[in-house]
Design a binder for this molecule. Structure first.
Ligand code: NMX
Ligand code: MLT
Length: 435
């Protein structure tokens, strides 16, 4: 057969062999060292994780299995009536390292649609959340509750051979990805609309169904935007908070549902995924205050007031990137094509001209350029998805693809429980002084 699981069954022994050989030849090689500053400084730059799906270059940005974003846009199958890559095709690439055929991609669309049904109690759980509970908390709650039907947890309870871990992890990951769509739709429709969620259509792709459960599938451009959005936000190597959290929790052999819930809880922080919500508040407050005066001077003085009040400019800076995020650029290109005259796009473009110089003069951030979250909100605004508190849920639906693809490999490669060594300041001083 030609399914993703069949392909994995072929690839896994090859990869296991490759890593075994690599480790036997280079297992003792040193790839870096660790300074005291790095230990206090958020482990920045410490080389300590293996992550197969993507690698981030500080100036060039992300490559998914070696392919840049423009390369993915060119190579990966798109919908017959669109041109953005289908996130299904990106998932296939993340998992296998191979560019799928359209037939393989369509088999994933069909499989995810078929797996999308939610247990009744999970629907009720979401329905009982007060609309004042943040959408990301509702999302994480619902994903945690999917644990009820975890194939991995059930099999483990009955005694599972290590060699079969990945197969059950795979089943859970496919269910997880499929169910993010109706969960996100239900949260959105409950909080902001009439509570009625459109059913998943088995002959449609993941992004169409996502747009449809939110209530926006009648707009073809919005569906295309979702294809781009869900592809772009999927994976950003292994050290970011959401990817690392999912990987860490999974290493305890917690199921993909429990692992992804942890990942989402990290994504919900304002320095990480919640920044896409923060950016919208920032843009709106700024617009209220400065009105139509988009002169350099007016924008600069607004930015300086913000910085002097000890806050960050949301959507700018990055822990690893040192240039404009290519995910920002891809969204900018989308805006240039579909909404060039939109006032919010023009505001975001003006900021792109002004913020880097201000942050450089401010002299703190190592990267004065925009990241992915700086652009996503205004695209959603344009198509009428105006509720900014929901934006990080879209990020989470996408990030599930990246976290899930690595969880499958984590179990296939037998990665052990993660447990780095820590020190108290006292113990660290002793260690340093002993040298
Ligand atoms: N505005 C103002 N100050 C900043 C900014 C910014 N956008 N970015 C960094 N700084 C400050 C930072 O707070 C730190 O200050 P202090 O020394 O007083 O603690 C200093 O510059 C050095 O920080 P960096 O080493 O450049 O950044 P770090 O790697 O620690 O953090 C971010 C990376 C992304 C958390 C940080 O740039 C930031 O807070 N940006 C704004 C929030 C944001 O857009 N987050 C989304 C990132 C993408 N994502 O989706 O996750
Ligand atoms: C991400 O997509 O995870 C963010 O850009 C944060 C990061 O990579 O550190």
């Amino acid at each position: 057969g030609g399914s993703l699981k069949d392909r994995l069954t072929e690839l896994i022994p090859q990869k296991q062999e490759e890593i075994k050989k690599f480790r036997s030849e280079h297992g003792g090689d040193v790839v870096g060292n660790v300074t005291v500053d790095q230990m206090y400084g958020g482990a920045r730059g410490i080389r300590s994780l293996v992550w197969e799906g993507s690698v981030l270059d500080p100036s060039e940005g992300i490559r998914f299995r070696g392919y840049s974003i423009p390369e993915c846009q060119k190579l990966l199958p798109s919908s017959p009536n669109g041109k953005q890559p289908l996130p299904e095709s990106l998932f296939w690439l993340l998992v296998t390292g191979e560019v799928p055929t359209l037939t393989q991609v369509q088999s994933l669309s069909a499989e995810w649609a078929a797996r999308s049904q939610l247990p009744k109690f999970v629907e009720e759980l979401i329905d009982r959340c007060p609309p004042s509970l943040h959408p990301m908390a509702q999302f994480s709650l619902a994903i945690t509750a999917l644990e009820h039907d975890s194939a991995f947890a059930k099999a483990y309870e009955h005694g599972l051979n290590k060699h079969d871990y990945w197969k059950y992890t795979y089943e859970d990951c496919m269910d997880l990805i499929a169910k993010t769509v109706p969960i996100a739709g239900r949260i959105y429709r409950n909080i902001y609309r009439d509570g009625i969620v459109a059913p998943i259509q088995v002959d449609k792709d993941h992004s169409y169904n996502f747009a449809n459960v939110l209530g926006f599938a009648n707009n073809k451009e919005f569906v295309e935007l979702m294809r781009l959005y869900l592809s772009l936000h999927s994976d950003h190597e292994g050290g970011n908070v959401s990817a690392h959290s999912g990987h860490l929790v999974g290493s305890a052999l917690s199921s993909p549902f429990l692992s992804m819930a942890a990942s989402l809880n990290g994504l919900a922080g304002p320095l990480h995924g919640l920044a896409n919500q923060e950016v919208l508040s920032f843009l709106n407050t700024m617009k209220e205050e400065i009105g139509d005066d988009l002169s350099d001077e007016r924008i600069k003085s607004y930015l300086w007031d913000l910085l002097k009040s000890g806050r960050v400019v949301p959507g700018y800076g990055h822990a690893v990137l040192r240039k404009t995020d290519p995910r920002y650029t891809a969204q900018r290109e989308f805006a240039q094509e579909y909404l060039p005259k939109d006032p919010m796009f023009q505001l975001v473009s003006r900021l792109y001209e002004v913020v880097p110089a201000v942050l450089t003069e401010h002299g703190k951030t190592k990267n004065p350029f925009p990241n992915v979250d700086s652009h996503s909100g205004i695209l959603l605004q344009y198509y009428g998805l105006k509720e900014q508190n929901f934006y990080t849920v879209l990020f989470g639906v996408s990030r599930t693809l990246g976290v899930a693809s690595q969880l499958i490999w984590d179990r296939a490669l037998g990665f052990p429980i993660e447990r780095p060594k820590s020190f108290s300041t006292e113990a660290l001083k002793k260690l340093v002084n002993a040298k």
